[in-house]
Design a binder for this molecule. Structure first.
Ligand code: MG
Length: 386
């Protein structure tokens, strides 16, 4: 029996890597549904190769164009993000949640409600919803397998049945493209420079998050909810080579690490094949060629986003939701050349200070807090326009 896969965000970086793995193993997997924002030309290609039963296109203009050019018979074509639920009504074994930002929350919630296994690439959905998503998944027997390379690494080496023996989770961080720049040099960074990551090929938003190190801050919060570990038992270490993808430290002094070339096809394939493993086209790591690996403490003064993420995790409640929403607005404004690179953390900080922090009891609360935080952050943008 082939495993049935639905991908939310099939034309993004994670979606493309997932389809690369599936094209190599079409005896094991079949595509049921694909959902995209607006890249309908890419979707036309994907549909002709993978022959899904249903597709969803968020952008109405792209939806019309796709419909006019599609030649696959019996394909159900939906428009708008409220079509997530309809896709999930098609039988699916694994949902690959690869939409960036809090926009990716609803398909994750939909899959969790239905007890479907989730290959989770959308870290924002865990960051913004507190323990709601993990609790919902647990209640309905939905397994969350992390795609994020750090969390995937921890998942591989964490002895979950004997968690009392775990003393620490250690998240590694590449440090991004500006690790060796001084703060003054960061003022005039362009979006083009910020999205050039030294080791990983990723989407634009996550690349900027990596450059501000907010990505590691979001991952800290993600690790807290995913592995139910207190914030003071999660460390971050800068490891510029991105060979060790994260580690677990045990009470006896052992540290178990997962290593590999930095290529998302390794963690994605792990989630698709779990608990087995399948071959990928990822180049194998040659340790004798690497020779040395280096590790540093993160510089919280140079990367204030990391500090903001730490403090919002200490506050908890809706603070991480606010942090995430403000960051999405600020990063989008930076990518559109409306604010400078160094204004990103200022907008996040001001929004955190202004927003009222409350308990999160439902997904409706999350959506409301997310919307409100976005409008607060949008107001602050005007103070920092360039
Ligand atoms: Mg990561």
């Amino acid at each position: 029996m082939k495993k049935k896969i639905t991908i939310f965000g099939s034309t993004g970086s994670i979606g493309l890597s997932t389809l690369d793995i599936i094209s190599q193993h079409n005896d094991k997997y079949e595509i049921v549904g694909l959902s995209i924002n607006n890249n309908y030309e890419k979707l036309l290609e994907q549909v002709s190769i993978f022959k899904p039963k249903i597709v969803s296109i968020k952008d109405t203009n792209s939806f019309e164009k796709f419909k006019n050019r599609n030649t696959l018979k019996n394909l159900k074509i939906l428009n708008g993000s409220d079509s997530f639920d309809e896709i999930l009504n098609f039988e699916t074994d694994i949902v690959v949640a690869a939409i960036t930002g809090s926009a990716g929350l609803l398909p994750v919630v939909g899959a969790a409600k239905r007890g479907i296994t989730i290959a989770l690439a959308n870290k924002e959905s865990l960051v913004c919803s507190g323990s709601l998503v993990t609790a919902l998944a647990k209640k309905n027997g939905s397994m969350i397998l992390p795609v994020d390379s750090e969390h995937n690494a921890i998942y591989q080496v964490l002895d979950i049945k004997n968690k009392q023996n775990v003393s620490k989770l250690i998240l590694t961080a590449s440090g991004g493209p500006f690790l060796n720049k001084i703060t003054e040099e960061l003022e005039h960074i362009s979006p083009e420079e910020a999205i050039k990551h030294p080791n990983w090929t990723m989407g634009k938003k996550i690349s900027v998050d990596s450059a501000t190190m907010m990505n590691k801050g979001l991952e800290l919060i993600e690790a807290h909810y995913l592995f139910d570990m207190p914030h003071d038992k999660i460390d971050i270490v800068v490891h510029p080579e991105s060979i060790i993808h994260s580690c677990v430290e045990y009470s006896d002094g052992s540290i178990l690490a997962q290593m590999g070339n930095p290529d998302m096809r390794t963690p994605i394939s792990y989630t698709l094949a779990y608990p087995n493993r399948i071959p990928t086209r990822v180049e194998k790591l040659k340790l004798s060629e690497i020779k040395k690996l280096t590790f540093y403490e993160p510089d919280l003064l140079k990367f204030p986003c990391l500090e903001l993420a730490y403090s919002s995790l200490k506050i908890k409640k809706s603070a991480p939701t606010v942090l995430n929403a403000a960051n999405e607005i600020a990063v989008d404004a930076f990518l559109n050349k409306k604010i400078s690179f160094l204004s990103i953390h200022k907008i996040v900080e001001k929004t955190l200070n202004k927003a009222s922090i409350s308990d999160i009891n439902s997904i409706k609360d999350v959506v409301e807090i997310d919307t409100e935080s976005r409008s607060i952050a949008t107001e602050f943008l005007t103070n920092y326009r360039i």
